[in-house]
Structures are given as structure tokens and as C-alpha cells.
Write a protein that binds this ligand. Structure first.
Ligand code: HEC
Length: 94
């Protein structure tokens, strides 16, 4: 019985963690986009892109998978996973 309780606890923690990393907050994303000036360069070309695509691209810039353009790499280097989720939620929902 104790083991079952422990197992349920671990599943719950994993689920909560997955949600945290998964679902972004579009209004926070909007604030980050303003602070970084994303739309100064991108205008509307990120609007309505798939959330997962935006996330993957930003992580690739940040983690070295994509090195061009260097201006984008510099921007992405300061982003946390949460920032990236929030930005992806914001732009994909526009
Ligand atoms: C200094 C100008 C500039 C700023 C500011 C900027 N970007 Fe970019 N970004 C670019 C350029 C240039 C590309 C490459 C576009 C291409 O390859 O067609 C790019 C590519 C991307 C891509 C990959 C998709 C694509 O079109 O290639 C994403 C996603 C992205 N930027 C998101 C962002 C976000 C989010 C921000 C704000 C945190 C941001 N960018 C800020 C210039 C900028």
C-alpha cells in the first residue's frame, strides 16, 4: 500500500512537471517578445506558426543546433525553457 501511494505521488509529480514544460503562457510570451524586440525583426512572420516548431527552433538556436543567423543565437541564449514555451504559445496563437 505504501508503494502504491509513492507511485501515485511520483506519477503526479511527473505529470505536473510535464505540464509546466509543455503549456506556455501567451500573455507572458507577449511581454518577453516586447522586451526582446522579436517583432522588430520578425513583424508578422512568426504569427500562427506551430508551437512545437517555434520551440524547436528557439532551442536549436540556444543549444547550438542552429548557428545562423548569429543575431538570433544571441537572443535565444538568454531564454529559459519557460520563456521559450511562453513565446511559442504567444506567437502560435496570434
Ligand atoms: C535582430 C533581429 C531579430 C530579432 C530581434 C529576433 N529575431 Fe528571430 N530571427 C531573425 C532572423 C534573421 C532569422 C532567420 C530567418 C530565416 O532564416 O529566414 C530568425 C529566425 C527565427 C526563428 C526560426 C524560424 C525562422 O523563420 O527561421 C524563430 C522561431 C525566431 N527567430 C524567433 C524569435 C523570437 C521569439 C525572438 C524574440 C525573443 C526573435 N526571434 C528575435 C532575426 C531576429
Amino acid at each position: 500500500m505504501r508503494n502504491l501511494t509513492l507511485l501515485l505521488f511520483i506519477c503526479g509529480a511527473l505529470f505536473a512537471g510535464a505540464q509546466l514544460a509543455g503549456a506556455g503562457d501567451a500573455s507572458k510570451g507577449s511581454d518577453i517578445a516586447k522586451a526582446y524586440g522579436c517583432e522588430v525583426c520578425h513583424h508578422k512572420d512568426l504569427d500562427g506558426k506551430k508551437e512545437v516548431r517555434i520551440k524547436n527552433d528557439l532551442m536549436a538556436f540556444r543549444d547550438g543546433g542552429r548557428t545562423r543567423p548569429p543575431s538570433m543565437v544571441r537572443k535565444a541564449q538568454n531564454l529559459s525553457d519557460e520563456d521559450i514555451s511562453n513565446l511559442a504559445a504567444y506567437f502560435s496563437g496570434k
